[in-house]
Ligand binder design. Structure first.
Ligand SMILES: Cc1cc2nc3c(=O)[nH]c(=O)nc-3n(C[C@H](O)[C@H](O)[C@H](O)COP(=O)(O)OP(=O)(O)OC[C@H]3O[C@@H](n4cnc5c(N)ncnc54)[C@H](O)[C@@H]3O)c2cc1C
Length: 542
C-alpha cells in the first residue's frame, strides 16, 4: 500500500526522522508487524500561523518499497565525433545543454572566456579586496557562469519550460545535497556550487565532451546565413555542425558582434534599481514573529511586489543570510548582486529592489540623462567594440551602462566602494549622516542616491519602499540601507530564435540560449533552456 500524507509539524519535529516515522505509523494505524518506508516529497514552511509550521508531504510505503529510479547519469554514453556542437559559455545553460547533447550521443565542445571554478576564486578575491575587475573572470564570467558564486536559489516559475526534477536530480548526482529535491525553495550556496560545477565538468569530459577555458569567442564564421564555426581568442578557427550561444546577460561584446555581423537582435524589457540590505534578525522577526529565530528554521526570506505609475517595483534574487557582492564585468562600472553560503548564516538579508522597464520607456529615460553623458558612453562602446553606430536596440544597454558608470564615478576614487543611503533618508530626501553595517566587502560611503538615478527609477523606488513597509512592518525603517546599482537582473537585449526549432530567426544552425539571449532568468530556467535547445538540435540531426 502507498499512501500520500501531509504532515503539519513544528520546525523541531520536521528535523526528527524518528518522530516523523512514529507519527506516520500512528496516522495509518499500522500494526507492529507492518513495515513502513517513508519517502519525503515536498517540504515547505508556513509562516502565516502564530508560530511557523512545516508542511511535509510524504509517500508512506506500507509493506513495500519505492521503485528505484535510474540515475540520469546512467543515460550518458561516450559520444562519437560524428556530430559536433560548439557551445559558447559554460554557465548553467551551456553545461546543461552539453549533458543533454551527451544523452543524445552528440559531442559538445565548450568555450568559456573565464577560468575554471577554482582558479576563478582568486579573481573574485582581487575584485572584493582590491577592486580589480578582470573582464574575463568575475562574478558573471567563468566556469558555471553567473550561478557559481551566487545564492544558488533553484526555484523557478517557469514550470512549463521543462523537467525541473531532472535538472535538480542532475545537480544531486553531481554533489548537491539531496534535500534540494524536496524543499519548496531549494538553494545550494556559494561554498557548495563550485564543487557541483566541477563534477558536471568531469561528467562532460568523461563522456567525450571538450571544455576550454580562457577561450573567448571573438567572431562567428558565417556563410550563406548559416553558422559554420567560431573564432576563439582572435586567432583559432573551430568548425562544428551547430553553435549554441549561451553567453549570459553581461556579454556585451557578443551583442556588438551580432550587430556587426548583421545578426538580428532586439531591445528587450528588463529591470534596474538598487540592492536593499536589512539585518537578517529583523527580517526573521517580521516573517516568523520570533525575537530569536527557532534554530530549526532557516533564515527567512521575502518577496515583495507593487505597482507604481504603471510599472512593477519588486524584490529580486533575495538572499537570506547573504552577502552583497561586486558583480561588475569591466573596470569603470559598479554593479552589485547578492550571494550566500549554504548555511545562509550571515547576519544580513539582501535583495535587489528593482523597477521594471519596458522598451517604450527607453527614450523617456534617456531624455532624463544629459546628452554629453550618453554620448560619452556611446563613444566608449564604439571604440571598445569597434562599431560605427549604436543602433536603437542598444538603448537599454546604454541606460544600464550610464547608471553603472555614475555609481562608479560617484566616489571619485575608481574603486568598487559603493554609494549607499538609508532607505528612509532616500525616501525623505536626506543624505544619511550614518550608514548601517554592511556585508559588502569593498565598503560603502554615504551618497544622495537620487542624484545617480533617473527620476523614472527614483520616484518609483521611493513609493515602492513605502508600499513594502506596509506589507512588511519594519522593512521601511532606518535599519534598511540601499546600495547601488542593481542593473544586471536580466538581459536588455534579445537574440531571437524560432519557436519550433530554436534556431536563430535568420542564421541557420545558430541556437541562442539561456539568459543572454533572453530565454531564461535564473539558474534553473537557464539549465532547462540549455536542455531544450540541445533536444532541438538532436531532433534536427536525426
Ligand atoms: C552574484 C549572482 C547571484 C545570483 N544568484 C542567483 C540565484 O541564487 N538563483 C538563480 O536562479 N540565479 C541567480 N543568479 C542569476 C543566474 O546566475 C543566471 O540567471 C544564470 O547563471 C544564467 O545562466 P546562463 O548560462 O544563461 O548564463 P551565464 O551564467 O551568465 O553564463 C554565461 C557564460 O558565458 C561565458 N561567456 C560570455 N561571453 C563569452 C565569450 N565571448 N566567449 C566565451 N564565453 C563567454 C561567461 O564566461 C559565462 O561563463 C545570480 C547571478 C549573480 C551574478
Amino acid at each position: 500500500m502507498i499512501k500520500r500524507i501531509e504532515l503539519i509539524l513544528s520546525p523541531k519535529e520536521s528535523h526528527d526522522d524518528n518522530f516523523i516515522f512514529e507519527i506516520t505509523r500512528k496516522k495509518l494505524s499500522l500494526k507492529k508487524s507492518d513495515n513502513l518506508h517513508i519517502e519525503k516529497i515536498r517540504r515547505s514552511i508556513d509562516a502565516r500561523s502564530k508560530s511557523p509550521r512545516v508542511n511535509l508531504l510524504i509517500n508512506a510505503y506500507v509493506n513495500e518499497l519505492p521503485k528505484e529510479q535510474p540515475e540520469v547519469k546512467s543515460f550518458y554514453h561516450k559520444v562519437t565525433p560524428n556530430k559536433k556542437v560548439i557551445i559558447i559559455g559554460a554557465g548553467p545553460a551551456g553545461y546543461f545543454a552539453a549533458l543533454e547533447l551527451i544523452e543524445h550521443g552528440i559531442k559538445p565542445v565548450i568555450f568559456d572566456r573565464g577560468k575554471d571554478a577554482r582558479t576563478r576564486r582568486k579573481d573574485l578575491r582581487a575584485l572584493q579586496q582590491f577592486s580589480i575587475v578582470n573582464p574575463n573572470s568575475n562574478y558573471c564570467f567563468g566556469e558555471g557562469g553567473a550561478g557559481t558564486y551566487s545564492d544558488g536559489k533553484l526555484y523557478t516559475r517557469s514550470h512549463k519550460r521543462g523537467d525541473i526534477d531532472k535538472a535538480l536530480k542532475i545537480l544531486v548526482e553531481h554533489g548537491a545535497n539531496s534535500e534540494i529535491l524536496i524543499e519548496a525553495h531549494p538553494h545550494i550556496g556559494s561554498n557548495k556550487l563550485p564543487g557541483v560545477v566541477q563534477k558536471i565538468r568531469e561528467s562532460i569530459l568523461e563522456f567525450g565532451g571538450e571544455i576550454y577555458f580562457d577561450s573567448k569567442v571573438t567572431d562567428f564564421i558565417i556563410e550563406n546565413y548559416s553558422i559554420k564555426g567560431v573564432i576563439v581568442n582572435d586567432k583559432e578557427e573551430h568548425l562544428a555542425d551547430a553553435v549554441i550561444l549561451a553567453t549570459g546577460h553581461s556579454a556585451r561584446d557578443i551583442f556588438f558582434l551580432c550587430s556587426k555581423k548583421n545578426i538580428h537582435i532586439e531591445a528587450k524589457p528588463f529591470a534596474m534599481g538598487v540592492r536593499a540590505e536589512h539585518p537578517q534578525a529583523m527580517i526573521d522577526e517580521i516573517q516568523y514573529r520570533q525575537k530569536i529565530r527557532d534554530k530549526f528554521l532557516p533564515a527567512s526570506s521575502y518577496k515583495l511586489v507593487t505597482q507604481v505609475n504603471g510599472r512593477g517595483v519588486f524584490s529580486f534574487c533575495m538572499c537570506p543570510g547573504g552577502l552583497i557582492v561586486p558583480a561588475a564585468t569591466a573596470p569603470n562600472e559598479l554593479v552589485v548582486n547578492g550571494m550566500s553560503m549554504s548555511r545562509r548564516d550571515s547576519k544580513f538579508a539582501n535583495s535587489g529592489i528593482v523597477v521594471a522597464i519596458e522598451t517604450e520607456d527607453f527614450k523617456k529615460i534617456l531624455g532624463e540623462i544629459y546628452t554629453d553623458e550618453a554620448d560619452e558612453i556611446r563613444d566608449y562602446f564604439k571604440k571598445e567594440y569597434n562599431v560605427n553606430e549604436l543602433p536603437e536596440e542598444f538603448d537599454g544597454l546604454l541606460i544600464q551602462s550610464i547608471i553603472e558608470k555614475r555609481f562608479f564615478n560617484a566616489s571619485g576614487k575608481e574603486t568598487q566602494q559603493a554609494p549607499a543611503q538609508k532607505i528612509t533618508d532616500f525616501v525623505n530626501g536626506k543624505v544619511s549622516s550614518i550608514l548601517n553595517d554592511t556585508s559588502y566587502i569593498p565598503g560603502v560611503y554615504s551618497y544622495y542616491l537620487e542624484n545617480l538615478l533617473p527620476k523614472f527609477f527614483s520616484e518609483r523606488l521611493k513609493q515602492g519602499f513605502i508600499d513594502f513597509g506596509k506589507k512588511m512592518r519594519g522593512y521601511f525603517s532606518d535599519e534598511g540601507m540601499m546600495i547601488g546599482t542593481e542593473s544586471r537582473t536580466s538581459s536588455p537585449i534579445k537574440i531571437p530564435r524560432n519557436k519550433i526549432d530554436y534556431q536563430h530567426i535568420q542564421i541557420r544552425n545558430l541556437f541562442p540560449c539561456g539568459e543572454g539571449a533572453g530565454y531564461a532568468g535564473g539558474i534553473i530556467s537557464a539549465a532547462l533552456d540549455g536542455q531544450n535547445v540541445a533536444k532541438a538540435i538532436a531532433s534536427k540531426f536525426k
